[in-house]
Design a protein around this ligand. Structure first.
Ligand SMILES: *Cc1c(COP(=O)(O)O)cnc(C)c1O
Length: 397
């Protein structure tokens, strides 16, 4: 039968009925090892008892009231984020795109409120991905996502990845700041150098510009730090967060300092659903776990182990892999051959991975992945290599 869904996705003909930890199960009970985690969303795996309990308890009490009223769990969520980050102010959204939209508006309003409404541009970097709204695709700057959607939202000049000189040269009277992912996700797990991030922060400070970080994918423990910018020691002025922060519940947040965010006065922004009681029950439950003292050190340990194993895999299969990249449990393998073939070969081994730019497969397991599951994934990746080689031999390549 003809599908009534927008044909916007090249969906695999595969469905899952339930999940448990790092595992997903098809309706016939076949287990898949989930190193995609819904694209870095299911940070605590599937069916986490603490999250399920928080959701179920809240579901029986109150779902939604609107931001016309106080939402104590939203206040608590913001307090907790402010406590552990650079930020003083938090706006809660339903998605990453909306968190970025709030970030763009905050940056523009900040300068407008200081008497500089002409400063509205955020300089971006090639390979960026910031979501799919009109502003977000304009910020991402990728033609394939922009084609056919009319005039670009102005104000997002783009310079080559990691090019400090170009970033400096892009500054003009209208520049408000820089926008970047500390590690590009969709772009192919490309990390900006620590030295670049520090130099960019310095450049921004010299010119009184803002650093806006998109930590939608890198945030909430994915990099082994609570937020990836901590690896470089720099702090942003505005930061967009989503994905892992909801553990699978659609949720995001825009964080900023008091200095910058105070301009967003009554009526300047809003959201019907953002930060509703149901979402905040889950958001706080995710924080309960991620903020436990042992959580991030364990993520770092697992990340190191996975990285070492992947490096070994690359050494053993130089015909297939080029390199390992990334931080923490946000890792990528650059493939020499066909990317879709590799993703498919992994899927045949019942291992879920995500394709990214620059011919990279992303490994984004739930942050609770065990050592055994890491070993298991490596076995499946080896199996995928063998299968790809066999196919190549059969077709006479
Ligand atoms: C996923 C993602 C977004 C968009 O988030 P949505 O929740 O899909 O709107 C923005 N930026 C980055 C870096 C992302 O990975």
């Amino acid at each position: 039968m003809k599908s009534h869904l927008y044909p916007t996705y090249a969906r695999a003909d595969l469905e899952f009925e339930r999940g448990d930890g790092v595992w997903l199960y098809t309706p016939d009970g076949t287990p898949y090892l989930d190193f995609a985690a819904g694209i870095a969303v299911c940070s605590l795996g599937h069916n986490h008892p603490h999250l399920v309990e928080a959701l179920n308890t809240q579901a029986g009490k109150l779902w939604h009231t609107s931001n016309m009223f106080r939402i104590p769990d939203q206040e608590r969520f913001a307090d907790r984020l402010a406590e552990v980050t650079f930020a003083d102010l938090v706006f809660v959204t339903n998605s990453g795109t909306e968190a970025l939209e709030c970030a763009f508006k905050t940056a523009r309003k900040y300068f407008a409120s200081k008497g500089h409404p002409e400063k509205y541009k955020l300089v971006t970097f090639e390979g960026a991905f910031h979501g799919r709204s009109l502003a977000a695709i304009s910020a991402g700057g990728r033609d394939a996502y922009l084609d056919g959607f009319g005039v670009r939202v102005p104000g997002f000049p783009q310079v080559p990845f990691g090019d400090l000189e170009a970033a400096e040269a892009a500054i003009d009277e209208e520049t408000a700041g820089f926008l970047l992912e500390p590690v590009q996700g969709e772009g192919g797990i490309r990390a900006f150098d620590v030295s670049f991030l520090r130099a960019l922060r310095k450049l921004a400070d010299e010119h009184d510009l803002l650093i806006v970080l998109d930590e939608v994918q890198t945030g909430v423990g994915r990099s082994g730090q609570l937020f990836a910018h901590e690896l470089s020691g720099i702090e942003p002025d505005i930061m967009a967060v989503a994905k892992g922060i909801g553990g699978g519940f659609p949720m995001g947040a825009c964080l900023t300092t008091e200095e910058v965010g105070t301009c967003m006065v009554k009526g300047t922004h809003g959201s019907t659903y953002g930060g509703n009681p149901l979402a905040m029950a889950v958001g706080n439950a995710v924080l309960d776990i991620v903020l436990e003292p042992d959580f991030l050190p364990t993520v770092r340990k697992k990340g190191l182990k996975l990285r070492q194993k992947l490096a070994q895999l690359c050494d053993e299969n130089p015909d297939i892999f080029e390199e390992v990249r990334g931080e923490g449990l946000m890792l990528g393998l650059k493939i020499k051959g066909d990317l879709a073939e590799m993703v498919g070969a992994c899927r045949d081994q019942k291992l879920l991975v995500v394709a990214a730019g620059e011919n990279v497969i992303r490994l984004l397991p739930p942050l609770i992945v065990s050592d055994e599951e890491i070993d298991d994934a490596l076995g499946r990746l080896s199996g995928a290599c063998t299968a790809i080689r066999e196919t190549a031999t059969k077709s006479g390549n």
